[in-house]
Ligand binder design. Structure first.
Ligand SMILES: NC(=O)c1ccc[n+]([C@@H]2O[C@H](COP(=O)([O-])OP(=O)(O)OC[C@H]3O[C@@H](n4cnc5c(N)ncnc54)[C@H](O)[C@@H]3O)[C@@H](O)[C@H]2O)c1
Ligand SMILES: O=C(O)[C@H](O)COP(=O)(O)O
Length: 546
């Protein structure tokens, strides 16, 4: 049974989906302290959150059961992504469900700010009929500058045009042609754009590039009386510098839904200014948006845990359930080749190269390489390694993994070869898939053979002469070791040279059994490899049990 922890308000429609999904149980606990979240996560396979729960490195560390975080909403800045990735936890979000509501809130804030709705309503509630103090400004004919032309920025642009405003835009990832199609005057220089607007609204994620994007210097460049709106993230506009610019009379006012610290402390100077309109992070809080994001978050979590699909991931490539069904055998092959090489090599791996041939070259090879890296690192690292964190962990250890693709079909219609370069030389293996489900090890260095790629493998190098195989078989039998399959590869495919044999064993041989094999004078080396049993475990969930 997979357990999904939910620590923020989630619409009942999302809860219903999870509760009705066989194999999933819901652990609904709101208002937890950070430490209580950390402890609750020990028993959770997944967690669904909104913006209130903060998932810090301290909370995410040592959570071996946790596999997925789903953010019911857009912003993932309350989740420490490097920490989640390092722990091998997939982070997914629901990018589009609250776009319309957030765009509508932005427009509502702009209108309310322009017409002094909040202070006028408040004064009237206090019994004062004041028609003089609240003369507003009309929006029609004014210019609005939109920083960030993504889903919400564009939705705001369309609505502003409906209000007969002129729309200017800045987004390094938007082409001039696409902006023109949308009726937006695109600027390549934000500093030029901000001198031309009457309203400025930001719709970017909070990132190192966008933190303090609008500060004292840019505020000073704007026309006197400009109004500023932030329904994206606190910190994109510098709060202290905005407060000063409003107090000085240069900036006409601001409408803010988001703050650097949430809940924002009551002594935030912006809350005290009459020209500032504030809401407590409400832009996505509509029945419609909440139902959409909750349903999508529940479906994403269930899809991940039960159907093994990865949708809207922000720290790995997405995989649909159909793709996963198709990729699974390849991920398994990549993982197992990595495990084989990690056990064959005892000295430090410096780099690895994967070559994909035939059908393998048509797959999402990056994911297969990550599965390979997970296998390669699995025996060396105590932590959970999987396709989410393998690349990062390999990179941190200075191990470079490169890929090459060849559509040419060689001896097999599909094949992955992997070579690791170590301090002592190189070692390579190749694997293939028979009948779309059976994994085979078809080469170890120069030896071509055909061994099963699961369970316990006994490898021994020997001089290829009559009687060797028989005596090894007898030694195994005498020590109660059952041989399920045997494969032999010869150096030049001629008798008398060096050969490599791989025995797939039904049970783990004792030290005495290994010594008996080693005692054969024709045998030059013996090594035992331990691989996951066929089909287990799912490489992208965990390699801990390898
Ligand atoms: N207040 C709320 O309740 C609420 C609700 C939903 C979303 N949001 C926030 O709104 C923001 C936008 O969401 P979205 O769904 O439109 O995201 P999005 O990813 O669709 O769009 C973001 C846009 O910002 C652009 N961008 C990135 N860096 C930039 C930079 N330095 N300068 C200019 N443009 C830049 C990107 O190219 C992209 O087009 C996010 O921060 C999100 O968290 C807030
Ligand atoms: O990024 C988002 O989706 C918004 O900030 C909404 O956050 P919320 O779900 O906590 O309201």
């Amino acid at each position: 049974m997979y357990r999904v922890l939910i620590t923020d308000n989630l619409s009942p429609a999302g809860l219903k989906i999870l509760k009705e999904t066989p194999g999933i149980e819901v652990d609904l606990r709101k208002g937890l302290t950070p430490d209580e979240v950390r402890v609750a996560l020990h028993e959770a396979d997944g967690i669904i959150i909104r913006s209130e729960t903060k998932l810090t490195p301290e909370i995410l560390k040592d959570q071996p059961r946790l596999k997925a975080i789903v953010r019911a909403g857009v912003g993932t800045d309350n989740i420490n992504l490097p920490a989640a990735t390092r722990e091998g936890v997939v982070v997914m979000n629901t990018p589009a469900g609250n776009t319309t509501s957030t765009a509508e809130h932005t427009i509502a804030m702009m209108m309310a700010l322009s017409r002094n709705i909040a202070p006028a309503a408040s004064k009237l509630r206090d019994g004062v009929w004041d028609r003089k103090s609240f003369t507003g400004t009309q929006l029609a004919g004014k210019s609005i500058a939109i920083v960030g032309l993504g889903r919400i920025g564009l939705a705001v642009a369309r609505r502003a045009m409906g209000l007969e405003m002129k729309v200017l835009g800045f987004d390094p990832f938007m082409s001039v042609e696409r902006a023109a199609e949308q009726g937006i005057e695109l600027y390549r220089d934000i500093d030029e754009m901000i001198t031309k607007c009457d309203y400025l609204t930001v719709h970017t994620p909070l990132s190192p590039e966008t933190t303090n994007l609008i500060g004292a210097e840019r505020l000073a460049k704007m026309k006197k009386g400009v109004r500023i709106i932030n329904c994206a993230r606190g910190g994109i506009i510098n709060e202290a510098e905005l407060a000063q610019a409003i107090e000085s009379g240069h900036i006409g006012g601001a409408a803010l839904d988001v703050f650097v610290k949430e809940p924002t402390p009551p002594d935030n100077p912006l809350l005290k200014l009459p020209q500032v309109l504030c809401t407590p992070h409400l832009a996505a809080s509509t029945d419609e948006a909440q139902e959409l994001v909750a349903v999508e978050a529940a479906e994403i979590m269930a899809g991940f845990l039960v159907r093994h699909e990865v949708r809207h991931a922000v720290n790995m490539a997405p995989i649909s359930s159909a793709e996963m069904a198709d990729m699974r055998i390849y991920l398994d092959l990549g993982l197992r080749l990595g495990v084989v090489l990690s056990q064959l090599n005892k000295s430090g791996v410096r780099s690895a190269k994967l070559t994909f041939r035939g059908e393998a070259a048509t797959k999402k090879t990056k994911l297969i390489s990550n599965a390979f890296a997970a296998g390669l690192l699995s025996s060396a690292l105590a932590e959970n390694v999987n396709i989410v964190n393998a690349e990062m962990l390999a990179h941190e250890r200075g191990i470079q993994i490169t890929e090459s693709l060849s559509s040419e079909v060689s001896d097999f219609s599909t094949m992955i070869s992997a070579t690791v370069y170590t301090d002592e030389g190189e070692c390579s293996v190749a694997g293939t898939i028979f009948g779309r489900q059976f994994l085979r090890l078809v080469r170890v260095n120069q030896f071509h053979l055909d061994a099963y790629l699961d369970g316990t493998l006994l490898l021994y190098r020997h001089i290829d002469r009559p009687g060797v195989i028989g005596t090894i078989g007898t030694a195994c039998g005498q020590h109660n070791v059952n041989i399920a399959h045997m494969a032999v590869g010869r150096e030049r495919n001629e008798p008398g040279g060096e050969a490599l044999a791989i025995l797939n064993l039904d049970n783990e041989p004792s030290a005495e059994a290994l010594a008996a094999v080693q005692a054969n004078p024709a045998v030059t080396s013996v090594q035992l490899l331990r691989l996951p049993k066929a089909g287990n475990p799912l490489p992208w969930l965990t390699t801990q049990s390898v």
